[in-house]
Design a protein around this ligand. Structure first.
Ligand code: SF4
Length: 207
């Protein structure tokens, strides 16, 4: 339904695998617009490279990523994650791991939570993993999913129903788009492509 409405959104909005990782960490608790400014600063200096970030000082990096917010913490985490991945042999080495092994490795790194790990698995390693973010949870609960459903249960349900990395990538992208355009914190339901199947919408529009 969402894919028919939005088409292929061609996500992730970043170029190289290094850039995707850097963006995935910078986007924690901030909007993508703010991240783009930081990525642009790093791009200008040829620093969208995990091995370069791994050798950069926290002071310099935090100055370049200020627009992403929490810049001192993010600089420290980014350097630490880049060092760990580079030391482990880079993405080439992660590619040789099973999805569970790669996820376990990522989750052990300071600065990589469940959503960021899922983004790396889905958008960098091309694994059949669904990224559960705040847009997903908000939309699913409004559509009618029991709001005690855990994020791992949501992920499993989606991965059982949507097959293939490309489809999972685009499903996540379309949910983000819907969450920005319509299913905002205060929903803007007019013209929403999911209104016909949405419990929230039925409730607020029923006489
Ligand atoms: S109809 Fe409204 S509440 Fe339901 S998914 Fe769309 S924007 Fe969200």
């Amino acid at each position: 339904m969402l894919e028919a409405y939005y088409g292929d959104l061609n996500w992730w909005p970043g170029g190289s695998r290094d850039e995707i990782l850097i963006g995935a960490i910078l986007t924690q608790n901030t909007s993508w617009n703010n991240v783009e400014k930081s990525l642009s600063e790093l791009r200008k200096r040829g620093m969208l490279d995990i091995r370069i970030i791994a050798r950069t000082s926290e002071r310099i990096l935090s100055g370049l990523i200020r627009s992403s917010g929490f810049y001192r913490i993010k600089a420290s985490r980014l350097i630490s994650v880049c060092r760990s991945i580079a030391a482990a042999g880079g993405f080439e080495s992660l590619e040789k791991k099973t999805t569970s092994e790669a996820e376990e490795f990522l989750l052990a790194l300071n600065g990589i939570g469940e959503e960021t790990a899922e983004s790396v698995l889905c958008y960098i390693l091309d694994r059949d993993v669904f990224v559960v973010d705040r847009y997903t949870v908000r939309i699913f609960f409004r559509l009618g999913m029991d709001n005690t459903t855990r994020r791992d249960e949501i992920r499993s349900l989606v991965e059982m129903s949507i097959k293939g990395n490309d489809s999972l990538k685009n499903f996540h992208a379309t949910l983000v788009q819907l969450g920005k355009e319509h299913c905002r914190p205060t929903p803007y339901c007019s013209g929403c492509p999911l209104s016909s199947i949405c419990e929230y919408f039925q409730r607020v529009t029923s006489p």
